[in-house]
Design a protein around this ligand. Structure first.
Ligand code: SF4
Length: 150
């Protein structure tokens, strides 16, 4: 197994809306047995469907430092679930000795390089999601589906 991959990219309906973010190339990796689908938000105990959530006043690094929170659109603090999901994802990657992750762009969990800015207006800011950040901290390479690496 070469990659951890966001499950929603493989067509699995784990997105907050109960739908997915199907991506042809991601699904091919999954179908060839090269990528293990994970969904950190589900790992963290959140249900599907669920209210969308964004990191408020920071990025994934700030969440892990304890200085920013993940808040759902209906005002619930989901920070603990996001951290738990990130930890579970790293645990699995380490157990299987997986060194690379392809994650869904812009997500507060999976986003790499850019995430939604916490205003629920579709605006983005620089930064990584909580899981992307924790994977990087554990020396796992992170890409998103927009990179041409596979
Ligand atoms: Fe997809 Fe990641 Fe969101 Fe799960 S947490 S639905 S894998 S972007």
């Amino acid at each position: 197994m070469e990659y951890i991959i966001s499950a929603c990219l493989c067509g699995i309906n784990c997105k907050y809306s109960g739908k997915n973010n199907f991506n042809e190339k991601a699904a091919q990796l999954f179908n060839k047995g090269l990528a293990l689908p994970i969904c950190p938000e589900v790992f963290g105990g959140l249900s599907t469907p669920r209210a969308s959530a964004e990191i408020v006043n920071g990025d994934g690094m700030d969440v892990l430092k304890g200085i920013a929170k993940v808040i759902s659109k209906d005002g619930i603090d989901c920070t603990e679930a996001f951290i738990k999901g990130a930890e579970k994802t790293v645990e699995i990657a380490k157990k299987l000795n997986i060194q690379k992750a392809i994650l869904k762009a812009n997500s507060p969990s999976c986003g790499y390089g850019q995430i939604y800015d916490g205003s629920f207006s579709g605006q983005k800011r620089k930064g990584n999601g909580v899981t992307a950040q924790l994977l990087l901290r554990n020396d796992i390479e992170v890409y998103n589906e927009l990179y041409k690496i596979y």
